[in-house]
Design a protein. Structure first.
Lengths: 111, 288
């Protein structure tokens, strides 16, 4: 944190880490949500009915993490919104997270 | 920033953000309504699950009304005593009238349980059934004292502290919305309290169901986020070209939050060193 250069890169790296963690959590949470919907509407089983509410808050954190990373990395609005919406599609968030991470790795940002 | 904000592109996006926010706010309001309805349905279901209790097992005279007993269906057996009163200013179906409150002296304890036998549009006190009766009623706590003066035998509210001074003996700290009165001698007798009309027990203030209330909150957070995103984007746009024009040798690095990383390399998200942020938007589209 002594020079501007090392001050700036860790910030982006931590924003990326935050995004990656949230993308993973939301990705798992979304699968639980799908399981909940299948159980509830397919089998009238309400065992997972408690999940959608905390998942909503986790998704808010994911959206915040995406905005945090997006503004630091200078993403365009469509890209940012697209990545946020990817958090609503089962399995897509895993793929998007890897794609984003690879994008930063390709530009040799120290992680 | 203001000059950037009034660009057609940003105004159009502001309109879009506003439309999205309106939609999300409405979705939140809908969820809040669901939260209220579900809480009420839960409360009614819960109250229905509770068995009808004998009044004397729930309450003892002169003790505080237990909050959990509100709305509970109870039975009480005794004889109606003299001293029934009217409570003025009570609406039923939008019509102004009176509640008739009759003291029921319980056989088991000798204490008095005020029973709201019914509602009447005129200030009349019909004779209560004689003999021993079993009353099924919904329990309610006494009401606060009412302001104003009323003629003798008429009260402004179901003020138990006033009734305890009017009626002899012990008094329960509650009254009941009578739903049924059955003579002990003739359990099959018809239940017609004419000329009174039974008063449905009040629905308890059930609050909201936390799960749907949280959904409402989440929608509103997303609504606010639409505006937040717009402001941040306008800020980035406003800062971008201005700083770039003055930055000289390394324009990308000073291009606002969009270029803070990768000091040695040009930012990867801007494949072309194009100073126009509008192009950045289309470039972003292609990246996806």
């Amino acid at each position: 944190m002594s020079t501007p250069t090392t001050d700036r890169d860790p910030k982006l790296a931590s924003a990326l880490k935050f995004f990656e963690i949230m993308a993973f959590i939301v990705g798992i949470g979304l699968l639980v949500l799908v399981a909940e919907i299948i159980l509830r509407y397919g089998f009238d089983n309400h065992a997972l009915d408690w999940w959608p509410q905390p998942h909503g808050f986790l998704y808010i954190v994911y959206v915040a993490a995406t905005a945090n990373l997006g503004f630091k990395a200078g993403w365009s609005l469509p890209k940012m919104v697209g990545i946020m919406l990817a958090g609503c599609v089962p399995f897509l968030s895993f793929w998007v997270e890897r794609k984003v991470a690879a994008e930063f790795a390709a530009t040799s940002i120290p992680a | 920033m203001l000059r950037t904000a009034v660009k057609p592109k940003w105004l159009a996006l502001l309109l879009l953000a506003a439309l999205i926010a309106i939609a999300f706010v409405q979705l939140g309001r809908w969820q809040l309504g669901v939260a209220h309805d579900k809480a009420r349905a839960d409360a009614i279901a819960k109250a229905g699950e509770q068995p009808v209790a004998e009044l004397t097992t729930l309450l003892t005279p002169h003790t505080e009304f237990p909050a959990a007993a509100g709305g509970r269906l109870v039975t009480a057996t005794g004889r109606y005593a003299a001293g029934q009163v009217l409570v003025a200013g009570r609406l039923l179906g939008g019509v102004d009238g009176y509640w008739v409150i009759t003291p029921l002296r319980l056989t088991a304890t000798g204490a008095t349980f005020p029973v709201l036998r019914g509602w009447t549009p005129q200030a009349v006190l019909p004779e209560p059934p004689g003999g021993e009766v079993t009353v099924t009623a919904s329990l309610a706590p006494g009401e606060s004292p009412a302001e104003g003066t009323y003629p003798a035998g008429t009260l402004g509210s179901v003020n138990l502290s006033e009734l305890v001074n009017t009626w002899p003996g012990d008094l329960y700290n509650a009254f009941g919305f009578a739903q049924r009165e059955t003579p002990v001698s003739d359990p099959q007798a018809s239940d017609a309290p004419a000329p009174l009309t039974r008063v449905p027990p009040p629905r308890p203030d059930t609050g909201v169901q936390w799960r749907n209330a949280a959904y409402a909150l989440q929608w509103w957070v997303f609504a606010a986020f639409a505006f937040f995103l717009w402001v941040k984007m306008v800020q980035a746009d406003a800062r971008g070209p201005a700083v770039r024009g003055a930055a000289g040798p390394a324009p990308e690095h000073a291009a606002g939050p969009g270029a803070r990383h990768g000091e040695p390399e040009p930012p990867h998200t801007q494949p072309r060193p194009d100073p126009d942020p509008d192009v950045r938007v289309s470039a972003g589209k292609q990246e996806q």
